[in-house]
Write a protein that binds this ligand. Sequence first.
Ligand SMILES: Nc1ncnc2c1ncn2[C@@H]1O[C@H](COP(=O)(O)OP(=O)(O)OP(=O)(O)O)[C@@H](O)[C@H]1O
Length: 258
Amino acid sequence: MNTPYLTFDRITKTFGDIEVVAPHFDLGIEKNDFVVFLGPSGCGKTTLMRMIGGLDTPSGGEIRLQGVPVGPPDWRRGMMFQSYSSFPWLTVAQNVEFGMRYRHDLTEEEKLARRDHYLDLVGLYEFSGAYPNRVSGGMRQRVAIARTLASGSDVLLMDEPFGALDAQRRETLQVELRNIQKRDAKTVVFVTHDVEEAVFLADRVIVFSKRPARVVADIDITARLGADRHLDLRDSVGFFELRNEILRLLRKSGAGHE
Ligand SMILES: Nc1ncnc2c1ncn2[C@@H]1O[C@H](COP(=O)(O)OP(=O)(O)OP(=O)(O)O)[C@@H](O)[C@H]1O
């Protein structure tokens, strides 16, 4: 049997008396999969992501990437959290460059080209020289998205990254993220509370129970919708069926979802 690219092997996690994941939590994530975590608020999704990124450590068990236990954060696991703010003392462009500080494999010219490409992608090129505290919250979030993508990590850990964006920008970035993920063969773990966003982006949606988190459903979205995602898909019957199915699961899992 093949070992998954990313493995949670008999994980336990407690904060004092609080048990965050169900005892001996197991989960495998395949390379180049776009996996979305959905579940009730406070069930442990962020904690699971932080443990992949190395910002938190399991109380027991092991998380392995390509068979190797994960250690402290490094650029191969790029993290982007909703609260992950920009550095106020750096300009928008310098913030994006900062994401590439460990990319010794790139020349200065390549770094600058990547910086400009991703700034353009998130619609911030013209704000390159601005300081983050001079732009809106949604724009700061886009700076963080550009920085994460520019860093070129193999694994992208994204915790509600589009939360502060307006609907149109959000749709654009969803399509772009999905394209980048497929084109550049990234493995993405993405947390959202938005079921439509989950269905649109994911190859696989994992629905968690209330804390302590356990997997209540593991849905192969690509088997049902195909890998090619375009905005028209949102109007299809298959999309609606999946959305409704997941909303029902969330209601049952006690999410009290919108
Ligand atoms: N550093 C910490 N110390 C103590 N308790 C914590 C800590 N971090 C998280 N928790 C608790 O662990 C539980 C899981 O939190 P987590 O942020 O992982 O949930 P979540 O599913 O991401 O929630 P949300 O959807 O609201 O973002 C919560 O009860 C939270 O209060």
